[in-house]
Design a protein around this ligand. Sequence first.
Ligand SMILES: Cc1cc2nc3c(=O)[nH]c(=O)nc-3n(C[C@H](O)[C@H](O)[C@H](O)COP(=O)(O)OP(=O)(O)OC[C@H]3O[C@@H](n4cnc5c(N)ncnc54)[C@H](O)[C@@H]3O)c2cc1C
Length: 432
Amino acid sequence: MEHIIIIGNGISGVTCARHIRKLSDKKITIISAETDYFFSRTALMYIYMGHMKYEHTKPYEDWFWEKNRLELKRGFVEKVNTSEKTLQFKSGETMSYDKLVIAVGSKSNKFGWPGQELEGVLGLYSKQDLDNLEVYAPNKDVCKRAVIIGGGLIGIELAEMLHTRDIPVTFLVREDSFWDGVLPEGESGMLNRHINSHHIDLRLEMNLKEILSDDKGKARAIIVEETGEEIACDVVGLTAGVSPNIDFLKDSGIELDKGVKVNQFLETNIKDVYAIGDCAEQHEGINGRRPIEAVWYTGRMMGEALAQTICGHRVPYNPGHWFNSAKFLDIEYQTYGWVFAKPKEGNAHFHWMHEDDKKCITIEYDIATREFKGINTFGIRMKHETFNNWLDEKKTVDAVVANLKEANFDPEFYERYEKKIQEKFNNQSVPA
Ligand SMILES: Cc1cc2nc3c(=O)[nH]c(=O)nc-3n(C[C@H](O)[C@H](O)[C@H](O)COP(=O)(O)OP(=O)(O)OC[C@H]3O[C@@H](n4cnc5c(N)ncnc54)[C@H](O)[C@@H]3O)c2cc1C
């Protein structure tokens, strides 16, 4: 019987395994160094904040795996030998495969900062990171201050987590406005004010120089590169992005760049070896999307597509229009299509902000054709399906704004802002 080995029990690996099982009788082994069972990484923050227990983050009961003949193996794969089709574990064990799926996710970036390996310095990615956070930041008496390095979606989650336990947070952000490499200035500016309003000490245009140790090898302070200031702290959160977790593949012959290089069928340069999820890097971004997309739903979609290919119905991975959602403290964020920090050449932005400074939208559109390219919404929930259809139909920005109420997520419970948005849109001068 053909043996499929999947390294990684995250959303991409597990989805792939489930779908292979639906379609075939193949022997399937899922390997993970992190946890015995699949859990929802996106829910890590809610465990620390006390909304859920770890057990609640497991989407499947523990009996599910055996019942579906999905063998689980705990261990760290140290080497892949693609000519012999074997894996070597850190423990010394080996295992052979017929087909190999690499679904090893990401790791937190570390940029060689002095002190980055000290105790109390952690990322926010793995279950182990969460366990560490409980050790070093269980409360404000043990952790008198935390410093977070790097603004972005994970940094703001960590800030919120610590904040719920009243732990003072200093947030060092390299950019001159929060996440302004991704967000237009109106949105980024609103988030700066929102973060400050939560008494989080946001320091823009500041980088980490080094982390200082106490006499037991634990972080006790950081030094700011630009000012030389020493900030005393008990925890340093490294949240300056993530990158594919592929160091162990260096000598495998599998083509690597930032991630594992794959084509649209998620095949690598080596026969019978595939990559999916955060660690997969497309040779060319599909339909203008980024070659690596470290988000949950793309991992799931890749897992589903690859299962088809492995079971003999070769299907390309086709992610459709970009979308994403997140939360910045109290403000929900959604994005559909493309809204760039600065409009792409030939495009313009329409921006509307509510007077409460907690809700805004930005629409990107083509000036010449008026084609709607994408929308960011903050503090207002809108329907994914509606925007997906409008992007498919290449609607004009005028039609989108005129019909915004169709995208209203839940008219019964959400206040409506379409009128105000339309007024501003109709009164603005047309960009040249
Ligand atoms: C705190 C946080 C919040 C997030 N929130 C969101 C969100 O709101 N929305 C969203 O879309 N995305 C979110 N993401 C991103 C999302 O969680 C990831 O894109 C997704 O989990 C990646 O899934 P994956 O299957 O590719 O890899 P992973 O979930 O990382 O799974 C890979 C597994 O492989 C294991 N592994 C790696 N190397 C080896 C090896 N050599 N041997 C054995 N095992 C190995 C790892 O330990 C890990 O368990 C968030 C991520 C984090 C960290």
